[in-house]
Write a protein that binds this ligand. Sequence first.
Ligand code: CA2
Length: 150
Amino acid sequence: MLRFMIINGPNLNLLGRREPEIYGSATYADLVKLISKHCQEMQVDCKIMQSNHEGAIVDAIQSAPDYCDGIIINPAAYTHTSVAILDALRAVGLPAVEVHISDVDKREDFRHISYPGMYCFKTIKGEGIQGYCTAIDVLLQHIWEQKPTI
Ligand code: CA2
């Protein structure tokens, strides 16, 4: 069974509490439920985490190769600032997909740059929390295409 690590950055634990016009009304618990259900349907084992701390996210990425085949990451605000998260992704070399609930390219200019996105082979944005399911499907497809069929 393939295993994915799903990493959520700062303030995503507050989903549903403010700015529903941007992020929707689903809570972080709803997001975890949605991801878990989709992973179960797709027969993927998943480890879902959220942290408000850049170093904890770097630590999680560094530990990923021990038990994961790929990474899905919403670095939240660290998207637009973190060379450390970009470097960690490059260092571990696992396939990675970036996901954003909102369409960051249609928002403020400072949200148009993504450092982790420079490593990720695909970015899903503006699909709401359903974008995580798209990211799982895209990562699965990518890994299947890489694996030789015997
Ligand atoms: O659209 C996304 O998924 C973002 O990664 C969300 C981040 C934002 O900084 C990125 O530019 C785009 C913000 C995450 C959580 O923000 C909240 C704000 C208010 C209430 C609840 C969460």
